[in-house]
Design a protein around this ligand. Structure first.
Ligand SMILES: N[C@@H](CCC(=O)N[C@@H](CSS)C(=O)NCC(=O)O)C(=O)O
Ligand SMILES: [Fe+2]
Length: 236
């Protein structure tokens, strides 16, 4: 979706093994930047791009403690020493900075508001840019889907409430950028998901029943990724 926000540089990057989207957001004037959900395997690619564009990354931000891949924030801190890693306090994971609902992360003239959206995991948050222009929903809301709720304190009833209260209350034209898409769909809007999401347009009772019976295979990397992500992707 090619929506241009004045003074904002936005790059959506893809990691093919885990189907993860990483986002770089920067103030075009000051070059202050953040990176959301970098993946260990693509850190060098992302750092090269950051350097090519002359960006100063202030924060390496995770939407949650990922189960399917190792976060790139730990390795990225070694390559970009001025960058601070960020994750919610409720995630239980180590980081330089723990954020919670209502916090605001600033870079140049832009800001990301933190909204707590638990249910896929306890510590999931959604980051909302500039009062609702776009949102980065992690695995809470996926395009025409949502994060699974069968591990990591998953709770379908809580996820349903989180998405309805904290994401569907955003403007209809707010662009939704998820942490993953398994079909190559890159973005959506709040209106599309409010009206077309096959899971979240159901009643809460139907949603809970559906989520409790998805029967998905466990992520291949989960046993390695979770302990690593609890220490920001780096072994102490
Ligand atoms: N096959 C993948 C894992 C796929 C998966 O479980 N994705 C998660 C998000 S990553 S925690 C999910 O919530 N999926 C929801 C869905 O409906 O698919 C692997 O082995 O890594
Ligand atoms: Fe996840």
């Amino acid at each position: 979706m090619a929506t241009k926000v004045e003074g904002l540089l936005l790059r959506q990057l893809f990691e093919g093994a885990s189907f993860t989207y990483t986002y770089i957001l920067a103030d075009e004037a000051t070059k202050e930047a953040v990176i959301i959900d970098p993946v260990l395997e693509t850190v060098e690619r992302d750092v090269t791009l950051i350097k090519d564009l002359g960006l100063k990354v202030l924060y390496g931000i995770n939407t949650h403690c990922h189960a399917d891949h190792i976060t790139g924030t730990g390795k990225m801190k070694q390559l970009l020493p001025e960058m601070k890693s960020v994750i919610s306090g409720k995630s239980g994971a180590k980081a330089d900075q723990h954020i919670q609902h209502g916090d605001v992360i600033k870079f140049g003239r832009h800001k990301l508001e933190v909204r707590s959206t638990p249910g896929h995991t306890d510590g999931c948050v959604t980051y909302v840019l500039n009062d609702g222009v776009m949102c980065f929903t992690g695995d809470a809301l996926l395009i025409r889907g949502c994060g699974r709720t069968d591990f990591q304190q998953g709770d379908p009833s809580l996820l349903y409430d989180s998405v309805h209260k904290e994401v569907f209350s955003l403007p209809d034209n707010c662009i939704v950028y998820p942490a993953h898409d398994y079909k190559g769909l890159m973005s959506s809007t709040v209106l599309e998901e409010k009206t077309l999401n096959p899971r979240l347009t159901k009643s809460k009772e139907e949603f809970v029943e559906l989520m409790n019976n998805l029967g998905l295979p466990y992520p291949k990397q989960i046993d390695k990724a979770l302990p690593m992500n609890l220490v920001c992707g780096i072994q102490d």
